[in-house]
Design a binder for this molecule. Structure first.
Ligand code: ABL
Length: 467
């Protein structure tokens, strides 16, 4: 009540407990992880964000920005009970400057809304993920991989400046030339550093035509390792910049899906040699506009999502970055996939994204230029284990843990990592920080100690301030 009193006497709107807005805003994307905040502030101005942070500090409560609310770890709610949630989704204005191509985007905007607005205002875009409900903030501030990233890089690579409210409740602008340390830390570990009120992104003119596709990966167990090996070679050496592609696999089947910048003939020329080598066939293609592909990969969810928003799944997830796997690791992966994987009847799946390689835009950016620590990895894997009904079982976690452990068990430290936007909630904070931020962790902890020495923006897997 003290916190709510502070917020209302500062003129910050709140969701009152028991209201419809409270129920909507407190319901996590991942229903496995329900947490109860002390209060939910719903600022509509930068000043109100500042005042919300000031109230949290005054009352010794941890505070977290929540934008789309899609965090797999419910980190927008704090990842544990008792935080102040700063619900930003009432701030979702998107303004494109058609002279400079710079888009100014409020901190609570969701990706589908952003894509729809940029297209409507000038047929422009920047590279980001596919799910329309995901918030631009968490997504961008920790990477921002999507089905345009092989061609155009990560969302954070398009960021040119940000206006951020810090733990001392001041607001600062940052860019490559202004508060460069803040800007560096925001681009990879932003959730630990402040509340971004406004982003500026450099956009590009969307291609006239793009082609989406699905191709089979019809491998029996005895052919799967060879297929995966061909995939590795293709991504590392041959896959052209214009192609974006992932391997999807679950208990029943495996296929490739992706997005090509160009027409079908261009796609076929790029992909057919690879398909021939792996016994695959092109099963589906559709050439269309940029907005067509955004809708396609949005899985039927309406693009223009702002508030209210209501989407939920129940799952455990984890992730991995790796270089090409060794023959031994490939064999371990295939054995587990066709063994334990075929027996596991939950709705599990893995996406293996072509993240790096010779022609990818991601490793072309110098590794130390942002705090995103894993630029040079060939693959980014998302592991996802969902139940369609009921609760996730208490003994469910080892299924994915072994899938990954079978690979990392024969890798050295520094040969793999994890993606904080596909967080693994079963990691303790020390391990999580190491996995997510690798070689950038010490510098991030030093910047955290400057910006947020008391860890106001705490969550269970965030950056801790250097001692
Ligand atoms: C992501 O990061 C992926 O890029 C999406 O493909 C993925 O979407 C989401 N996260 C999951 O939250 C899912 C769809 O929402 C599901 O309906 C689908 O079953 C799944 O991909 C596999 O295709």
């Amino acid at each position: 009540a003290a916190l709510e009193d502070c917020l209302s006497s500062s003129g910050v709107s709140v969701d009152s407990q028991g209201s419809d807005d409270w129920s909507l805003d407190v319901a996590p994307f991942n229903l496995r992880l329900n947490f109860t905040p002390v209060a939910i502030a719903v600022p509509t101005t930068v000043k109100q964000i500042q005042d919300a942070v000031a109230c949290a500090v005054k009352l010794g409560v941890k505070a977290n920005p929540k934008c789309g609310g899609h965090s797999y770890g419910s980190f927008g709610l704090g990842g544990e009970d008792g935080h102040l949630t700063i619900e930003l989704d009432r701030m979702s204005k998107v303004t494109l400057d058609n002279k400079t191509g710079i888009a100014t985007i409020e901190g609570g905007s969701r990706l589908g809304h952003v894509a729809a607005e940029l297209y409507a205002q000038g047929k422009r875009a920047f590279s980001h993920g596919t799910c329309p409900g995901v918030g631009v903030a968490g997504h961008t501030l920790h990477g921002g991989f999507g089905l345009s990233s092989h061609t155009k890089g990560l969302a954070l690579d398009a960021l040119v400046s940000a206006k951020v409210v810090l733990a001392n409740s001041t607001v600062v602008s940052c860019s490559a030339t202004e508060n460069p340390d803040v800007f560096w830390a925001l681009r990879g570990a932003g959730g630990s550093m402040g509340v971004v009120a406004e982003f500026q992104f450099q956009t590009f003119a969307v291609p006239e035509q793009v082609t989406i596709f699905v191709a089979s990966a019809p491998w029996k167990q005895d052919k799967a390792a060879a297929g995966l090996k061909a995939f590795q070679d293709y991504v590392a050496n041959t896959m052209p910049a214009e192609l974006n592609m992932r391997l999807f696999l679950n208990r029943i089947y495996a296929n490739f899906e992706g997005l090509y910048y160009g027409d079908k003939a261009g796609l076929v020329a790029a992909l057919q040699p690879f398909l021939n080598a792996t016994n695959g066939t092109l099963q589906y293609t559709q050439t269309g506009t940029w907005l067509d592909q955004v809708k396609h990969f949005g899985n039927g969810v309406a693009l223009n999502q702002t508030h209210p928003y209501d989407m939920h799944e129940t799952f455990y997830s984890s992730s991995l970055y790796s270089q090409a796997l060794t023959d031994q690791q490939l064999a371990a992966f295939v054995d587990y996939w066709f063994g334990a994987g075929k027996k596991q009847t939950r709705n599990w799946w893995i996406q293996v994204d072509a993240h790096g390689g010779k022609n990818s835009a991601i490793p072309k950016v110098p590794g130390n230029s942002t705090s995103y620590a894993h630029r040079d990895y060939l693959f980014l894997y998302q592991f996802y284990d969902r139940v369609n009904f009921g609760a996730y079982p208490a003994d469910g976690f080892p299924f994915l843990q072994s899938f990954i452990g079978n690979l990392t068990g024969t890798m050295k430290d520094g040969e793999w990592g994890r993606y904080v936007n596909y967080p693994d909630t079963q990691l303790d904070q020390a391990t999580a920080q190491k996995n997510y931020w690798g070689g950038h962790l010490a510098k991030l902890q030093a910047i955290k100690a400057q910006l947020d020495p008391n860890d106001v923006f705490h969550y269970p897997q965030g950056i801790l301030p250097a001692a």
